[in-house]
Design a protein around this ligand. Sequence first.
Ligand code: ADP
Length: 633
Amino acid sequence: MKCDPTLYRAAPPSLAVKPRLIRQLFLPPLIILLMIGLGFIGFWTSEYYGIRTLGENGERQLELHARTVESEISKYTYLPSLLELESSVSKLLAEPSPEHRQTVNEYLEGLNRRSRSRAIYVMDTTGRVMATSNWRDIDSYLGEDLSFRAYFQNAVRGQPGRFYGIGSTNGEPGYYLAHGLEERGKIIGVAVVKVRLEALEERWQRARLEAFVSDENGIIILSSDPARRLKAVRPLSDETKERLARSLQYYWATLNELQPLAREHLDAGTEKLTFPANSEVVADDQEVTYLAQTRPLNDTPWNFTLLTPLNDLRQAAINQGILVAVAFALVAFLLIAWNERRKVIATRLAAREALQEANNQLERRIAERTGDLRASNERLKAQIRERRQAEETLRRAQDELVQAGKLAAIGQMSTSIAHELNQPLAALRTLSGNTVRFLERGALDTASTNLKTINELIDRMGRITASLRSFARRGDDQGEASLAKAVDAAFQVLGSRLDNLPLTVHRGFSQAMLQIDQTRLEQILVNLIGNALDAMHAQPAPELWLESDIHEGKYRLRVRDNGHGIDPETRKHLFEPFFTTKPGEQGLGLGLTLSASLAAATGGNLAVEHPADGGTAFVLSLPLAGHQPGESI
Ligand code: ADP
């Protein structure tokens, strides 16, 4: 079943191609851009929340470790004030004799051992060391003038002296706690305890904690990473640098600024710092980013900073970002695949609908055309019925005509028949009278001869009447006819006319059985031969040719004469009924018409030829008996 292509409503090419082209051109870069964007958002969000969580954890760690530092420092704050209670110390300060010094030296030595501090010493109000716990050492502070030290200057004014510095004698760093020794409301000297805080650093290192403590000048005094020690956490002005250098607080250290590769302020006391990697931890070319959380240490002007590495977090955030990008790509791919599939289904549905519509239309058209066909079929049937009726009427008319022709022929022949019969009747009368006389005379031989002649005459008369009867009989279309017999019969019917004619008959035909009623064939031949005889009545040497051949499966009998022929005007009307050129009662004009219709009724035909050498030839074509139409011989 074919579908009407106009039923498919295809989009115009200009409209159908453009969106697809745009999609194909812009969709992949868009997806890649979105992937990158979402990957970044994923990375950023993960990092942000990761830092927040780390920050919260770090806050607790910061608190914990800052407290540890505070307690480590505050452990020693009471120690210098203890010396106020020691009478030997006040004695020494009041009277600096070698005995008093020795007593205090030994006392301080013992106290220092017990408190596990680095050194304990006592200074007079001028800043000279009067007694010290390390009096036995070569680099003992004894007799040294430390009046330039800030802790001394504070303490001698009655303020607590807190100071981190590097020792001027041995360059050893330490935390100095100074206290002005009072006696009766007057400062008589200063007691100092030097503490080493390296134990804190070691503890941090053991705990793999990255932290540092920066002092009031912003100088890192304690650090889990030794490389950061004595670095400034904030930029120092030249003036400050000079002041610090003069105070020898940090001995001769250069006090470079701790310069991170990147610094990002996040919150109050929270920063993101990136440092070149510590070679011990990671490879040289890498950098480490830390979350730096700072908190001031109580009772000191110092700050404690906790560094939490963010590299793992960053890696996790990168993974998260990649995951988000991949997930998005997957979702995008699934969406595209789903969309494509949806479109394919939609196209299929549309095609199916169009096909259904085409089918419906086709069926409608078929129904319409079937209706038309049925109507025209009905019309055709009616026409066929009418035509059959007309044919029937015509056939009946033809039959009537044939019959009329026969009757006419009978009438026409009746004269000659009467003449034919009168002759033998007259002869019979004469012969029978003579025979009676011969019998009376006893001339039996002559009487017998006469009787034989009478018999012959009666036979002849019987033949004449028989042929007349057969001519008049209404034949039917069925049956077979012997051509030779028909020719003989025709000559017999026309016998009386032949007697007066010096006719030469050329029987050049071959005997055949033809598919026509015997009587009808005889009637046709009587007509044709009769006409030929008429045409030759003025011919001194009349000749009749009967020839045959087979043409297109039909038997053709040619009846040719050498008569006067047919003039052109007559040729036009030959087969018309009642057309005749014969005068008076001689012609009815039915012979050829009837013969042609008899031949046609059996599937044959009758035609005329006009030979160049004169005369006329009628060609009778008839089917051979037992031969179906279309069967070749
Ligand atoms: P009819 O013999 O009664 O005239 P036909 O139908 O047999 O009627 O013939 C019609 C006419 O055809 C004849 O009148 C005659 O003029 C012409 N015709 C028929 N046969 C011949 C023939 N063999 N030669 C010349 N003329 C012929």
